[in-house]
Design a protein around this ligand. Structure first.
Ligand SMILES: C[S@@+](CC[C@H](N)C(=O)[O-])C[C@H]1O[C@@H](n2cnc3c(N)ncnc32)[C@H](O)[C@@H]1O
Length: 367
């Protein structure tokens, strides 16, 4: 069991591991972690629903932006963390219709179990396009085209930091004999300490600092010879992320469509996530040599790219098809649902024109 595996690692590490290591093992320990063991995670029978699972409109609209970029840069598509494979199938089908269809649609996925599901799903949903899909097991060192990912960065390990009046601690995990327990230690590690001091929220304050996510984005940015990264996730810029009122951070767990804040509940059986600090993501990418192309809410991005035109392709008179689509669009766009909390950030190299997804409501200056 993953609990035993983590407890053993805590014992070997002198009684304490950082929360990032706990999260890494609980989610990705080979064959035991949440994403690497066999249960269904996504969709109505799983623990949470993502935008591509909710509606094909999401991927069809995103494909418009992907196609616009590919027509300038050429090259391939690379999707990170493809979940069930639904987005890959829908984006490929949309590009097959309106072009340009990339020669290769690469998927970088850490879970072998999900790779098997993705293969199966793609063969079922887009059999004529499945031969274009190939799986890779590490980030490429050179890439031209578009890199997309939806709700992947939020599932990557974070450090937990506690700011108190008398100093800054890192919150880690200990084993009390029969359960995990929080254990805080003074933060001395650099450059994390400098970063925590710079953020300087009013104590007492507990929050996360992303480590794996920005590093991965930096790696991808450096690999990008020409093209763009299009990243979709929930979160904010730094000022809002570390707002005085958000003093308990954004750590969140999902089990059977219930959200709660206890990462020690059923380790390996529930998802653990945190919101994205898009300023940190942008900084990591810019350090990797790419430029900011746009940053916007999911609602503005999808509307700018014509999600409503795509809906209009279905006649409202065909109520059985149209009404579910309209309800899905409402969930994708409504500020009370995914429309405002979810953001899209585009970072690229060698792209001179502005991207349609950010034609109105671009917030990149706020970063
Ligand atoms: C919350 S799911 C999202 C799945 C899908 N993108 C969607 O929107 O339905 C996170 C996905 O990211 C994958 N993942 C996690 N860490 C990864 C990494 N470092 N590189 C690539 N994929 C990763 C997980 O295995 C899983 O497929």
């Amino acid at each position: 069991m993953v609990v035993q595996l983590i407890a053993d690692e805590i014992a070997r590490s002198g009684g304490w591991i950082g929360f990032d290591r706990y999260m890494q093992l609980a989610l990705y320990a080979p064959a035991l972690g949440y994403y690497t063991a066999g249960a269904i995670k996504l969709g109505s029978s799983g623990d949470f629903v993502t935008a591509p699972e909710l509606s094909p409109l999401f991927s069809q609209t995103l494909a418009r932006q992907v196609g616009e970029i590919l027509s300038v840069t050429g090259g391939d598509v690379l999707e990170l963390g493809a979940g069930s494979g639904r987005m890959a199938a829908d984006v490929l089908q949309a590009l097959a219709q309106s072009g340009p269809l990339p020669a290769r649609y690469l998927i970088l996925e850490v879970s072998g179990e999900l790779v098997a599901r993705q293969r199966q799903r793609l063969r079922a949903l887009a059999p004529h396009l499945a031969s274009r899909v190939a799986w890779i097991d590490r980030a490429p060192s050179a890439f031209r085209g578009v890199i997309v990912c939806n709700e992947v960065l939020d599932a990557l390990p974070v450090r937990l930091i506690r700011w108190e009046a008398d100093g800054i601690c890192e919150r880690g995990v200990a084993w009390s004999g029969d359960a995990f327990a929080w254990d805080d230690r003074p933060l001395i590690e650099q450059p994390l300490l400098t970063q925590a001091r710079r953020l300087n929220p009013p104590p007492p304050y507990l929050s996360e600092i992303g480590c794996v996510g920005p590093a991965l984005v930096g790696t991808l940015a450096r690999a990008l010879e020409r093209g763009a990264l299009l990243l979709v996730d929930y979160g904010f810029g730094e000022r809002e992320y570390y707002h005085p009122q958000r003093s308990q951070g954004t750590l969140m767990c999902h089990f059977r469509h219930r959200a709660h804040d206890d990462p020690f509940f059923l380790p390996g059986l529930q998802d653990i996530t945190s919101h994205i600090d898009f300023s940190a993501v942008a900084r990591a990418a810019i350090d990797g040599g790419v430029e900011m192309l746009g940053y916007s809410t999911q609602a503005n991005f999808l509307i700018n790219l014509g999600i409503t035109d795509l809906m209009a392709l279905t006649s409202a008179a065909d109520a059985a098809t149209y009404l579910p689509l309209a309800a899905q669009a409402q969930q994708l766009l409504s500020p009370a649902e995914m429309g405002e909390l979810f953001k899209v950030i585009a970072l690229g190299r060698g792209i001179d024109h502005s991207l349609s997804g950010f034609s109105s409501g671009d917030m990149s200056r706020l970063l």
